[in-house]
Design a protein around this ligand. Structure first.
Ligand SMILES: C[S@@+](CC[C@H](N)C(=O)[O-])C[C@H]1O[C@@H](n2cnc3c(N)ncnc32)[C@H](O)[C@@H]1O
Length: 273
């Protein structure tokens, strides 16, 4: 079903609510008539409400406001891991694939003086800047559009790559699907070149793809070892989605076993220069 939009995103329906602000945030200005699928419009309006009200993040004791098409931190499992794990002494941190900026915000709230965050999607960069500004971290955070790492080295590098091997077909999918595990393996291969001598890398990863037979269970270890990284530790949490799995979900049995891990990496003998 298609909905006709008039210039300025005006609907030709009596008593219809105003949708111009929600549509403008996603489509930009509309000077002529256009049509949009009803399903697409519902998505735009739903995303607008999320952006307006935000999502409560207990680890931050604050709200994060996701923008349309940006991975929303609706599950607390991985955020709690980042909020609880002991921090190494760190003056600078990188957040690779920042999305809404939520992990950068947690690191800043834990006292890391300076964070540089990257994302390959323009929408995510705008969204992360918006959230970090709202939280009062504008002076201590820089967000740039970049593939993987920013230039230079940091004492701590955190990354929550898209967890499912597969091809993204939309900006939002880019937060879920990692084609050929490119971000995961790229992160591990390049990490030694972006850590300070005693720096630490944190990688968040779900084991759902391994449980589904979609990722080689040895990929992480073999890629890290070949890159010259040492695995210093791993803490795992049961997936926060366990309680919401529907019994009729054909993957329910597998999903109920999903865990999220925070892997910590370093370089042997004080790092690579
Ligand atoms: C699973 S989301 C994580 C977002 C956020 N860090 C969080 O934890 O909620 C992965 C993010 O990585 C970004 N991304 C994907 N490929 C990337 C790349 N090559 N370089 C930088 N960011 C990338 C996506 O756009 C998405 O925002």
């Amino acid at each position: 079903m298609l909905v006709q939009l008039n210039p300025g995103f005006v609907l030709d329906l009596r008593r219809a609510p105003s949708i111009d602000r929600a549509c403008q945030q996603v489509y930009g200005d509309l000077a002529s008539e256009a049509v949009v699928s009803l399903q697409g419009l519902a998505g735009v309006l739903g995303a607008h409400e999320w952006r307006r009200t935000g999502i409560v993040i207990p680890a931050l004791d604050a709200r994060i406001h996701p923008h349309y098409g940006v991975f929303a931190p609706t599950r607390t499992d991985y955020l709690d891991l980042v909020a609880r794990i002991p921090l190494p002494p760190a003056r600078t941190a990188f957040d690779v694939g920042t999305g809404t900026g939520v992990l950068a915000a947690i690191l800043l709230s834990r006292g890391i003086p300076r964070v540089v965050a990257t994302d390959i999607e323009d929408r995510a960069v705008t969204c992360a800047r918006d959230n970090l500004d709202r939280l009062g971290y504008a002076e201590r955070a820089t967000v740039i559009r970049h593939d993987l790492f920013p230039a230079g080295r940091a004492d701590l590098v955190v990354c929550n790559p898209p967890w499912m091997p597969g091809t993204a077909t939309s900006a939002l999918d880019a937060g879920v699907f990692d084609r050929g595990n490119a971000m995961l393996t790229g992160f591990l291969r390049q990490l030694p070149d972006h850590l300070t001598p005693h720096g630490e890398g944190w990688l968040l990863l779900s084991d759902l793809p391994e449980l589904l037979g979609l990722r080689d269970p040895d990929l992480l270890r073999s890629t890290a070892t070949a890159a010259g990284l040492v695995i210093r530790g791993r803490c795992a949490a049961a997936s926060a989605t366990r309680s919401t799995i529907r019994r009729r979900d054909p993957l329910a049995a597998i999903r109920s076993r999903e865990t999220i891990s925070l892997w910590t990496f370093g370089c042997p003998a004080g790092g690579r220069t």
